[in-house]
Design a protein around this ligand. Sequence first.
Ligand code: SAM
Length: 341
Amino acid sequence: MQSWSSCQRYQEVFSINLEHNKPIKVFEAFAGYGGASFGLQKAKIPFEVVGYSEIDKDAIELYEYNFPNINNFGDITSIDECNLPDFDLFTGGFPCQPFSTVGSRMGELDTRGTLFADIIRICEHKQPQYILLENVKGLCVGKHKPTFLKIVSELERIGYDVRYDRLNSKDYGVPQTRERLWIFAYKGKLPEGFVLTPPAIELKYRIKDFLDPELEEELYRTQKQIDRIKELHGIDMFDVEEPLCYDYYNRKLRRDALCMTVTPPEHNVIRIVEPMRDGKERVRKLSTDEHFRLMGFVLNDKFREIKYPPTLGYTKLGRRAGNGWDVNLVATLFKHIFSQL
Ligand SMILES: C[S@@+](CC[C@H](N)C(=O)[O-])C[C@H]1O[C@@H](n2cnc3c(N)ncnc32)[C@H](O)[C@@H]1O
């Protein structure tokens, strides 16, 4: 089987009916590395980004390295909606720390949890035809549910038909368990029978198919570090038949050959366990390319879907990957949405 890293393009041909076949004008809020742009590009949907909003210096550097000459409107809370150009699609994976299990879980009490108010303020004024929002699955359950219902009712109040679902990367081609909440809002009424959830695809890949053939030695843990993990986690031996993900946080080897959710390296919980070599255990961190491949990017000798600026190193790039959108899933979602409109 062709491995992910060696295949260039994997999307099937599909048809979309864009109004007058004009490129979709996009405003990419909370842009990160540009998950919406990469997704649209991967889906081969004609688009033009008329502006983006991002405040993180490293994210801006990575974004501009890949998508130069696009105006950054900066902090969304300071944007005057009257100064924005017109756009058809507003995208935004608004900060998830307030709702995620690894974040503070303070919800709306944490000011980052109120940034959706700026989404509403901008979209109420600009009235784009489409809005695509993303957050962690924790936003729509438990104590955050009232916030989530408020987001939905606010979108409805400003004139949108709203659909949402929780989608998992492993159901769309990438061997990573990454479940995220996706909210799609359409100005006016969605066509009868519109379904937001793309049909799941049988997973053909295991994590080993997403790993680098050659790795830097510094990614490997020393025997002393491995012994420490074994002692702490009560493990006899790290011995596997094929490379598997070890979930450091939950102290378990993923025998399902999936990667646990990719998180920023400061949470530092993903380990790859490789088959023993010369009687020695092999446990390591993910490489930068592996982080991004697991976020849906195609990266191999012939084709590199994302370029890294020379100024950003391992930790900064890993942080952007852990905060990013799975661009394979985004492409699938965009194709599915626009093929119905
Ligand atoms: C979950 S990440 C979004 C990732 C993005 N969708 C991607 O594909 O990489 C949220 C982003 O919002 C940015 N952000 C946080 N507060 C912001 C604000 N007030 N204005 C604009 N961007 C902000 C963060 O720097 C972070 O990159």
